[in-house]
Write a protein that binds this ligand. Structure first.
Ligand SMILES: Nc1ncnc2c1ncn2[C@@H]1O[C@H](COP(=O)(O)OP(=O)(O)OP(=O)(O)O)[C@@H](O)[C@H]1O
Length: 475
């Protein structure tokens, strides 16, 4: 049986319902956008019918349109009146959101033919989506085939085969953390623990005890004995992200540990041998930090037995397209958007942009575009990037980098509206962030809290550039 979601105030007439079930359709009804979204998720519905009222009911009609717009992964067929079809707003709605429409009165034969086509198309798209996922190749969990990435894979392989400390360098958002994980996963320690800590996120006064542990009573708030991250990573790998932010005091203790592999918790006199491999990463120039006496040279040499560099995205050429497709697959899978394509103009924009935020920025641009795109193809205008074209002199040079934001031609009158609008937008964003925080970033609960569907929540997050990870890590 094929699932058919029926969104309507009233049930289908008995004879139509019977005809549909005789033709292999199992009906489920939704009277509200929330139920429709729940059913579509739970039953993985591919096709839906929306029954508009036969006499004028603006409120109901708007609600039905909202339901359809919020479930773009479903192929919709609407039943409506001849009179509705003459309305401009409805024409737009039909063109943008529907697979097909059916003018009242409903006829079983005609309806099942259209439903059959819609179902066939939905299945085909799903299969293609599956193939496309496979087509984007990844190695070590990383996407990219450029010479720069091939070099990185060779270095990762070398790092995985040895057991020395590795320093991973590269600009922000280039995949240093993924690289660290890849080294661990392909090393002999893969079955052991992988513990990652961000040195910049732990207050300097706590880092020492977090890393090495402490005895009960060793300092005012040490109510109980606690083992540190190094000990939790015993037999595996400890990844120290943003090592450049490690305070000098902890640097000295870490250096001692790297020399003798003995951990002595704060307040203890007894050291313990721990077998752990250290990987570290930085996006600041450590050599400069050494010159400025903010980083110990001896620690640097201990950490950088091997160095692995993750390249800036702007140096990876066509990888940008591969990564964009990879993230499009990810958003389709996670947020249930329909299968989208990247248009030629959008691709040209992606390829010519300087990507100061690198892969992380590309991911967020693709997510935002996918969630806000109205049609089936992402256009350049869907990409929220401005002001950083690469210009004629290569990736980071040239005049393009600091190009002013696009002028929107706002007059004084527009400006007032603009400020009111931006105040509203700001408060929407704040509410969204608070709700996510209140609900520990759980999407279903946050959506319920705000009284919107999950899809709308994803759209709002994309619109305001709010990322779950940012909220989680600020807690
Ligand atoms: N080659 C890649 N293929 C697929 N996804 C990638 C790739 N590189 C980075 N990413 C994704 O980009 C985002 C940023 O990556 P990551 O956190 O590893 O960067 P980073 O260099 O450690 O950043 P930072 O310097 O800010 O700590 C993540 O979502 C990651 O999954």
């Amino acid at each position: 049986m094929r699932e058919l979601l029926v969104v309507s105030k009233d049930d289908l007439t008995d004879d139509i319902a019977r005809f549909l079930s005789e033709n292999g359709w199992s009906l489920c009804y939704a009277r509200s956008p929330e139920t429709a979204s729940k059913l579509a998720d739970e039953r993985k519905v591919l096709v839906g019918v929306v029954l508009f009222p036969t006499s004028r009911d603006t409120r109901l009609s708007a609600q039905l349109q909202q339901t359809v717009a919020e479930l773009p992964q479903v192929k919709w067929i609407a039943a409506l009146t001849e009179q509705m079809l003459s309305e401009r707003e409805i024409k737009h709605f039909v063109a943008e959101h529907l697979y097909d429409f059916h003018v009242y009165p409903l006829e079983g034969e005609r309806l099942t033919t259209v439903l059959g086509h819609a179902y066939g198309m939905a299945r085909l798209e799903r299969e293609l989506a599956h193939h496309q996922e496979i087509k984007v190749p990844s190695r070590f969990g990383l996407v990219g085939e450029s010479p720069q990435m091939r070099h990185l894979y060779r270095m990762l392989q070398r790092a995985a085969e040895s057991d020395v400390s590795v320093l991973i360098t590269g600009p922000t958002g280039t995949g240093k953390e993924l690289a660290a994980r890849a080294i661990h996963d392909h090393s002999e320690r893969a079955d052991g623990p992988y513990v990652a800590i961000n040195c910049a996120a732990i207050p300097p006064s706590l880092l020492q005890s977090e890393l090495f542990g402490h005895e009960k009573g060793s300092f005012t708030s040490a109510n109980a004995r606690k083992s540190g991250y190094i000990q939790s990573a015993a037999g595996g790998t400890l990844f120290l992200d943003e090592i450049g932010d490690m305070p000098m005091e902890s640097q000295a203790t870490l250096l001692r540990f790297l020399e003798d592999k003995i951990v002595t918790p704060i307040g203890s006199t007894r050291g313990k041998h721990i077998d752990v491999r250290i990987l570290a990463s930085t996006n600041v120039d450590l050599e400069g930090a050494i010159q400025n006496k903010r980083f110990r040279a001896d620690l640097y040499y201990r950490l950088a037995f091997l160095t692995v560099e993750t390249p800036a995205l702007s140096e990876r050429g066509k990888d940008i397209e591969l990564l964009a497709r990879h993230f499009l697959d990810e958003v389709t899978r996670d947020a249930g958007t329909r299968q989208l394509k990247i248009g030629q103009d959008a691709l040209a924009t992606l390829l010519s942009y300087a990507w100061p935020g690198n892969v992380r920025e590309l991911r967020s641009v693709i997510f935002q575009a996918a969630l806000s795109c109205e049609g089936l193809t992402i256009q350049a205008s869907d990409l929220k990037i401005q002001g950083h074209p690469r210009g004629p002199y290569g990736a980071h040079g040239g005049h393009g980098r600091d190009a002013p934001e696009k002028h929107n031609g706002a007059s004084a009158g527009h400006y007032v509206i603009g400020t009111l609008k931006s105040a509203r937008e700001e408060s929407e964003k704040r509410n969204l962030e608070y709700a996510l925080e209140r609900n520990a970033c759980n999407i279903t609960r946050t959506a319920q809290d705000l009284g919107v569907s999950r899809m709308t929540l994803y759209r709002l997050m994309a619109k305001h550039g709010v990322e779950r990870s940012a909220i989680e890590s600020s807690n």
